[in-house]
Structures are given as C-alpha cells and as structure tokens.
Write a protein that binds this ligand. Structure first.
Ligand SMILES: CC(C)(COP(=O)(O)OP(=O)(O)OC[C@H]1O[C@@H](n2cnc3c(N)ncnc32)[C@H](O)[C@@H]1OP(=O)(O)O)[C@@H](O)C(=O)NCCC(=O)NCCS
Length: 195
C-alpha cells in the first residue's frame, strides 16, 4: 500500500474492511473510537485517550505513520508509528495499535501491523519497536507472528486497572528482516547482544 492507496481486506469472519492513511477529516471519528473502547480493550493500555492526547498524536503527521481501519464509515482500528526528532534516531519508530472490541481477534491487527511495517520500510526506516504488558498474550502472539523479537523485560513498570504492577516486554523488528521473513518470525543470526 502506498501513502495514497487503500487496502481493502477481508477479515477472518468475512467482513470487509478498508485500511488507509489517516486524513485530517478522520479526527472526530478517531476520538469517537477511543471514547468507545471497552474496559477489557483498555485493560493493558495507558488511558486516558482523550481528545487532547489524540490531537497531540495527529499534530506531527509528517513524522509519523498513522493508519486507520474503516468499517461502515466508522474508525474501528488505529495504528501509528511515531519517530523522534533527533537525527541520531530518525530511522527508528515506536508502534502503537488499538482496535475497537468488535473487530478484535479476526485478523485486523495483523493486517494493520503488516501495512504499518511496509510503509515504515518504504519510508526508509530501519527499526520499529514497542512496549507491551507481559500479560497481553494476544498482542505478543501477533507481534511475534509478524517478526518482532522479544528484546528485554522491564519488571513491574505499569500499574494497570487491577492496581498491581505488571512487567513490560520490550519488542522490536529490524525492517530489513521483512524481505527474508515476511510473515513468520525467524531468529536473527547477527545479534550483538544476548543469546
Ligand atoms: C492486540 C490487538 C492489536 C491484536 O489484534 P487482533 O486483530 O485482535 O489480532 P489478530 O486476530 O490479528 O491475531 C491475534 C493472534 O493471537 C491469537 N490469540 C488470541 N487470543 C490469544 C491469547 N489470549 N493468547 C495467545 N494468543 C491469542 C490469535 O489466535 C491470533 O493468532 P493466529 O492468527 O495465529 O490464529 C487487538 O486485539 C487490540 O487492539 N487489543 C486491545 C488493545 C491492545 O492490547 N493493543 C496492543 C497494545 S501493545
């Protein structure tokens, strides 16, 4: 998918979905998606995802990748890869993906992450990383399936709505590895650190 194109996809349950780059007119629909996320969806998240926070995400569009999934004129999925200003880290980004609860576990996350990584690669990015709560097994399964590796653990970092500390898993993918292993994870052979 190029920056201007749509990806029309079919989910595992047969529903059709449009995945495309965010446009300024999408703002209210994106605010609405986050306002309507269930408690379960937000279980491992860092709310609040209110209007001001979402405005800050879209304020830096030229330096980020922002995709939305649209069904019946509603935004039901959001992915972004943010980058930092410093030239020393300009080829690395951090990934964030959220789906409305009615569209989880039917393959949309995989579609969006694949499209996001593909766009990141086309933009010349080198690495995409993320942090995920260690108990978020579905998300970790998805990231590993698409080639992300577990790079480390930050013990007892997040306090979630159960009032307890949870570990954060640090994950990342080097985008050159996508050519050789487009879908399933295969371990890198040139690691400098660890085993
Ligand atoms: C996490 C999230 C992005 C995943 O996207 P998704 O569309 O639901 O996931 P997919 O259907 O593409 O793939 C999920 C995979 O995990 C598997 N899975 C589902 N529940 C699981 C569980 N509890 N434990 C392990 N694996 C699980 C599925 O079988 C599927 O694997 P498969 O394709 O090999 O069968 C989405 O569920 C979501 O938005 N969740 C809430 C917000 C969130 O946690 N975001 C990530 C923050 S880091």
């Amino acid at each position: 998918m190029s920056e201007q194109e749509l990806a029309l996809k079919v989910l595992k349950d047969g529903r059709g979905i449009e995945v495309r780059c965010y446009e300024p007119n999408d703002f209210e629909a994106l605010v609405s998606m986050y306002a309507n996320l269930s408690e379960e969806t937000l279980r491992w998240a860092m709310p609040p995802y209110h209007r001001e926070k979402i405005a800050s995400w879209v304020a830096d569009l030229p330096n980020s990748i922002m995709l939305v999934a649209v069904s019946e004129n509603k935004i039901v999925g959001h992915l972004m890869v943010t980058t930092m200003d410093s030239p020393r880290v300009r080829y690395t980004g951090e990934l964030h993906v959220y789906l409305h609860q009615d569209f989880q576990n039917v393959g949309l996350g995989a579609i969006m992450v694949r499209e996001g990584l593909s766009l990141a690669k086309k933009r010349g990015m080198h690495r995409v990383g993320l942090f995920v709560v260690a108990d978020n097994e579905r998300a970790i399964r998805l990231y590993e399936k698409l080639g992300f590796e577990r790079e480390g653990l930050r013990p007892e970092t997040d306090i979630t709505d159960d009032g307890r500390y949870h570990d954060l898993v640090v994950m990342g993918i080097l985008l050159w590895s996508l050519e050789r292993h487009p879908v399933e994870k295969t371990r890198r052979t040139n690691r400098r650190w660890g085993t």
